[in-house]
Design a protein around this ligand. Structure first.
Ligand code: ZN
Length: 149
């Protein structure tokens, strides 16, 4: 499984996969959602603290492959301090990035760029996108678990 991924596992993904940031359950979170990717077995719970229109804290717990863990880790770092609208825009750009349908390739998406290689591995797109779908569920306070299927 690992060997055929080649350049996909870049240092940043490996680092975040091994030592995920914001891997905790914040006691003051006021939004949460669960996400599940049955294709790979990735499971995570995303916690948000939303004040007004802004995400002031983001964290997650769960277990999954390096890509899903790294994606959740980088997501929590990325969305902190952003408004709902900014998060929605990022979601769109991230989705374009991992599906290889990027509209503006000159735009720098920061750490999210490490997932650009995922577009070459369709089965991995859901791993990378799981945290983002779950994030959307948390923002909408989805009562049902979010699944990538
Ligand atoms: Zn996975």
């Amino acid at each position: 499984m690992r060997d055929d991924l080649g350049g996909l596992y870049q240092d940043v993904i490996l680092d975040h996969g091994r030592r995920p940031r914001n891997f905790r359950e914040p006691p003051d979170a006021n939004r949460r959602a669960e996400g599940y990717n049955p294709l790979c077995g990735d499971k995570l719970t995303l916690y948000l603290k939303v004040e007004g229109d802004r995400v002031v804290d983001a964290a997650f717990k769960g277990s999954g492959c390096a890509i899903s863990t790294a994606s959740a880790s980088i997501l929590t770092e990325t969305v902190k301090g952003k408004t709902r609208r900014e998060v929605e825009e990022l979601f769109e750009k991230f989705h374009q990035l991992v599906t290889g349908k990027r509209v503006d390739s000159s735009e720098d998406l920061g750490k999210l760029e490490v997932f650009s290689g995922v577009s070459e591995y369709p089965v991995r797109v859901k791993c990378a996108a799981l945290a983002w779908h779950t994030l959307r569920g948390a923002l909408e306070n989805a009562p049902e678990p979010v699944t990538t299927e």
